[in-house]
Write a protein that binds this ligand. Structure first.
Ligand code: ADP
Ligand code: MG
Length: 502
């Protein structure tokens, strides 16, 4: 049994007791696929209402669902990316419910035999510790369409474009213990799926959204739960539905946990219910009391056969997985000698990490990372541009890195060249000479300049012998003499040598 350490940010003080946040997420991730889970209709976002609707999606009488095998493959890939068990046999069930935007009157989902079982995702906590979050399961299901209530004073409209798009529901164990941990977990899931290309992770377009389950538990009881694993020791949870903003998820958890503590300390009960978060008021409100599985009258979907996978097929997918963020980060630290911060920034998008790998190969990785983060990302941020609109090519970056690496250019010169290639293009190797920015590396020439500064300033030489801090003044003078082109490192070195001699 590992020792449980409870960190300060995981706790909340009530007036009678100190509590810990207990959070579990059900993440709905739209499968990246051209067509829907059981029909050939397009999944394209932003099409005119009701243009991506097949007869199956519209639930015309007699229509039968046909499984899209690519969506199965995507779910398996995701499971493997989350270090999870792949179930070689899984099955679809009908979840019966009145869905105004799912004309079948039931959702095809997986309750009893999901395609993916238990897995693990590693996150970093507020105190920079690695923490493993358990995955309970991933099941495949259909998304519902959208009801639109604000276009007309009396009528509601329905757009079935989203109806039937494949969703992966990724259910975590209640292992998250602070609002930040919940957000870090969601970010990590999103990043892994982006690298896997199984979900685009676009929360604004609703491709990734989460139901956030929150309860609070007095610390002593929580420790008891940790040693026994008895879920009944935990407090009653409320489920905050359909969140698609990281900021609001954090706010909602904070509000909800405090609301529950107040209830508990007043001697009231927390009711298990579904709630909605209202960002304008920063509060959660009860939507409905929570249904149990039996309320949905689940039963195996008679239209679909169980899904049977071959071990060798799963193995092939496993062997062909791309390099995922955790492994990539480790490799960057080792191979490119960048800092942990640099690595995290660079891997935060698959596009930026692949750009970094192209510019850093056979170059100094740390210099490449600095130029990428400080100059290129800095500039993109300032102009509010996505990485895709970056005008700088791999070759331009590689030339610039080479110049910096060989001390051919000062840091000011680097910025100047970067500015020019950003604005008008061009090759840094050509520009450095054209603009006279190449640093003098010739130590004879610099030595000569050092000699003359020393002989022209006997008073200063006396002073520097007492006060070595004056070296800066000498560097400045030598710089002037060499018209700012000498390598400051070399100047420093030569001055020190000279002082050693005199
Ligand atoms: P349902 O579909 O009824 O919401 P699921 O099993 O799909 O049930 O999901 C339950 C979610 O609630 C999981 O993410 C789980 O980790 C989380 N959860 C379970 N118990 C608690 C609890 N006491 N506090 C917070 N979260 C919890
Ligand atoms: Mg749920």
């Amino acid at each position: 049994m590992t020792k449980i350490e409870i960190e300060k940010h995981q706790t909340l003080k009530g007036s009678k007791d100190t509590y810990i946040f207990v959070i579990g997420l059900e993440v709905h991730a739209q499968v990246l696929s051209k067509s829907k889970l059981f029909s050939e209709a397009s999944t394209k976002f932003g099409s005119s209402p009701n243009t991506n609707v097949s007869l199956v999606d519209a639930a015309m009488p007699g229509m039968l669902p046909v499984v899209n095998s690519f969506c199965i493959e995507q779910a398996v890939k995701t499971g493997l990316g989350l270090n999870a068990k792949i179930n070689l046999r899984s099955r679809f069930d009908r979840k019966n419910y009145f869905y105004p935007d799912l004309p079948q009157g039931y959702q095809i989902s997986q309750l009893y035999e999901p395609i993916v079982g238990e897995g693990i995702v590693s996150i970093e906590t507020e105190s920079n510790k690695a923490k493993e979050i358990g995955i309970e399961r991933i099941h495949l299901e259909q998304d519902a369409g959208k009801s639109i209530h604000d276009m007309d004073p009396v009528c509601s409209f329905v757009d079935l474009n989203r109806t039937g798009i494949a969703l992966m529901e990724i259910v975590s164990k209640p292992d998250l213990n602070s609002p930040t941990e919940a957000v870090e977990y969601l970010k990590k899931l999103r990043l892994i799926m982006k690298y896997l290309k199984t979900c685009d992770g676009n929360m604004q377009e609703g491709s990734l959204r989460a139901d956030v389950n929150v309860s609070v538990c007095p610390i002593d009881t929580y420790l008891e739960f940790k040693s026994s694993g008895d879920l009944k020791l935990l407090g009653t949870r409320c489920e905050i539905k359909n969140m698609n903003s990281l900021k609001f998820i954090q706010q909602a958890i904070n509000y909800e946990a405090r609301r529950q503590i107040k209830l508990i300390e007043n001697g009231d009960k927390v009711n298990q219910e579904t709630r909605l978060y209202d960002p304008t008021k920063n509060e959660t409100r009860a939507l409905r009391s929570k249904e149990d599985a039996h309320d949905y009258r689940y039963f195996p979907c008679p239209d679909l056969q169980p899904i049977l996978l071959e071990e060798s097929w799963v193995t092939t997918i496993r062997e062909n997985l791309p390099e995922l963020p955790d492994r990539k980060k480790e490799r960057y630290l080792e191979e490119f000698k960048v800092t942990s911060y640099d690595a995290s920034v660079i891997i935060s998008e698959p596009t930026t990490s692949s750009f970094f790998e192209s510019i850093a190969i056979d170059r100094d990785g740390k210099i490449a990372a600095n130029l990428l983060i400080n100059e290129l990302f800095g500039r993109l941020n300032k102009k509010n541009l996505p990485f895709e609109e970056n005008p700088i090519t791999v070759n331009q970056m590689r030339e610039l890195i080479e110049l910096v690496q060989q001390n051919q250019i000062s840091s000011k010169g680097t910025k100047d060249i970067f500015e020019i290639i950003w604005e008008t293009g061009g090759s840094p190797l050509n520009l450095v000479d054209k603009l006279g920015l190449r640093q003098v590396q010739d130590s004879d020439a610099i030595s000569e300049a050092v000699e003359s500064v020393f002989s022209e300033n006997p008073e200063q030489v006396k002073k520097i012998e007492i006060n070595p801090k004056l070296v800066g003044w000498f560097v400045g003078q030598v710089m002037k003499k060499t018209e700012g082109k000498a390598d400051p490192k070399l100047i420093n070195q030569l001055i020190k040598e000279k002082l050693g001699k005199t």
